[in-house]
Design a protein around this ligand. Sequence first.
Ligand code: PAF
Length: 280
Amino acid sequence: METLQTVNEMQAYTAKLKHAGESIALVPTMGCLHEGHLSLIRLAKQQASRVVVSIFVNPTQFGPNEDFDRYPRRMEADLAACAAEGVDAVFNPSSEEIYPKGYSTFVNEEVISSGLCGVSRPNHFRGVTTICTKLFIIIQPDIAVFGQKDAQQTAVLKKLVRDLCLPVTIVIGPTLRDEDGLAMSSRNRNLTPSQRQDALSISRALKIGTEMVEKNVRSVDRIVAEITHHISHSRRVRLIYVQVVDRETMEPAKTIIPGTQVICLAAWVDEVRLIDNALL
Ligand code: PAF
């Protein structure tokens, strides 16, 4: 497995693969890889002859008071996990390599990114669309694989690719959950056992929501109220938002139309911010 740190090295590697007629699947990550990421790598392997994983804790998608410094990092374990999965190359540049002194160009999607997490994390998606555009230009993947857990991110990135005519197909892998139902996330590492116990109310509340839809409840207000009520029983969990939205546009739904929507939820578990969602 190649480990590449500079843009020049990565571009030379990409050129070599393209010249040899290989197809490239990119799995962009911020590291601290868990089974969810590994499932995306396996999905990538099925769809291209070469797999590149990027590991970069992207500073521009964190707000000034967010957890950039506390975001878990485990580079050695990540490289070992990638090697074990048969990844061809890992791109793990430094911040200065991606954002050299005087860097001033950003890519911004202005509609889909404005609601949900865009409200409480104002520049988050600008950072995500900027880094992903840069990765797509540097690595030139045929496909890029992301997890469904970040439902809004996937919708924003699909729109980015469509609006800018970027020659990459966005592939979405399903959310992986631990046995207790908690959606896998690198941030789960920052939870104490009792915080983790309280965090389970998030996936349980979403399940209550999907069960209501299965029982033909069509009132969004009723579903949101039930989810909010369930979460309110967990002392450590503070809801940031819960909304039923269209899967593609992220526009808030007025009534349930199964097959087109997703319940999106963000919550603080003490100082750890978690997101999760349930496709309807
Ligand atoms: O989902 C993530 O881990 C990040 O937002 C991404 C897509 C790697 C961009 O930094």
